[in-house]
Design a protein around this ligand. Sequence first.
Ligand code: PLP
Length: 395
Amino acid sequence: MNQVTRGISERVSKMRSPKFGVISEVRKYIEGVADVINLGYGEPDFETPSHIKEAGKRAIDEGHTHYILPVEGLTSLREAIAEKLSRENSIDVDPHGEVLVISGVQEGINVTLQTLINLGDEVILPDPYYYADPLGVVLAGGVPVYTRLEEGRDFRINPEDVKAKITDKTKAIFFISPNCPTGSVFKKEDLEEIAQIAVDQNIYIITDEIYEKLVYDGEKHVSIASLPGMKDRTISMFGLSKAYAMTGWRVGYLTANRELVKNMLEVHSQLVLCTSSIAQYAALAALTLPQDSVEEMRREYEKRRDIIVGGLNQLGFKVKSPRGSFYAYANISGFGISSVELAKRLARDARVLCYPGTAFTFDESGEKYIRFAYTKSTDELRTAIERMKELVKTL
Ligand code: PLP
C-alpha cells in the first residue's frame, strides 16, 4: 500500500467506481473545446423561475441567513410539503414528525442509507442506475444487488426478478421512477407487485421521485407510498432541482414513518446541520406559488424529447420515446462500436457530449447504450443531430 492511500477508509476506497471514470475519459475530449453541445449531465438549462429567486433574495434581505430551526426544516415549508404530498401524491403525512427537509435528494440518499443499513445488508437496485445509489449503499457498509431494467420491458422494473434477488440479508428495494438514466416510468401494476413483495418479505422501499413532474404523453406518476399499507415502510424522496430548475439551491424533502424520521434527523444534522435557510424560503415559494413555470418547462422538455428521439432514430440509434425525466437511453448496437468509443467520437468529432451506458451499469450491459440528456434548446438539439449525422456516416 503506498503512503498516499494508506489512511483512506476501506468504505471510501470501495466507493471508487471504475465505471464513473468512463465519464471523465469522455469529457477529456471536450476540455478547452468551444461550442460543445452538452447533453451529458442532468442539469436543466432553464433559469430558476423569477418568483422563486425573489423569495430567496427576500429571505436574505429579511435576515434569514442563520441556522434554521427546527433541524427538520422550516415549519411552514414542512406544512406546505405535507399539503403537496396529500394533493399530488396521495400520501397523507404529519408535517410534524414525518417530513424532513434535505439538502437535495443526494443528501436524502445518504441520510436514508446511513440510517437503515447495517454492515452486509443488501439493497436491491435497478441497473442501469444513478451513480450515487450503489455508492451510497457501499458507503453505508451495505451491498448493492442489481435487478436489470430490460429494454424489452421499456426499462420498467421487473417484479419477478426483484423477487428472485431477495435473500435474508435484503433490507430494502431502492428505485427511481420516472427513471434516470432510462426515462422509463414504472406502471402502477409494477408498483403494486413490488409493494406486495415488500410486505411479504418485510423490507423497506426507498424511492427517488425527483422526476415526478417530468412525465409526458399524459403519463401519470404514482408514488408507491400511496398504495395500501405502504406508507410506513416507504422512504419517499422528492427534489426541486429538476422540475423547478433549482439544482444550485440544494434543497429537497423526504417523508418516512415517525421513528425513521426521528433517527434520520440525527444523520441529517450530523452531515449538514440543517438545510440552507435561504433555499428553504425559496422552496416554500416554489411549492406554494402558481406552478405555471413547471408546466411550461415540462412542455418544452416534451418537445425536445420528440426532436432528439426522432433525430436519433433517423441516424440509426434505436430509442423508444421515453415517458419521463429528461433522458433518452439509446441503443447503439447498430453501429458495431462500444459505448465509450462512440461517446468519445461524438465528443471529439461532433462536439456533442453524452454519457456511455457503462457509466450506469455494474457490468458490460451498458455497452449497448448511450444516454442523452435533452436539457438544451430545440435549436441546439437540432444542431447536435446534424453534427452527429456527419459522424455516423463515418462509422
Ligand atoms: N437523483 C437522481 C436520479 C438524479 O438524477 C439526481 C441528479 O442528477 C439527483 C438525485 C440529485 O438531486 P438533488 O439535486 O436533489 O440532490
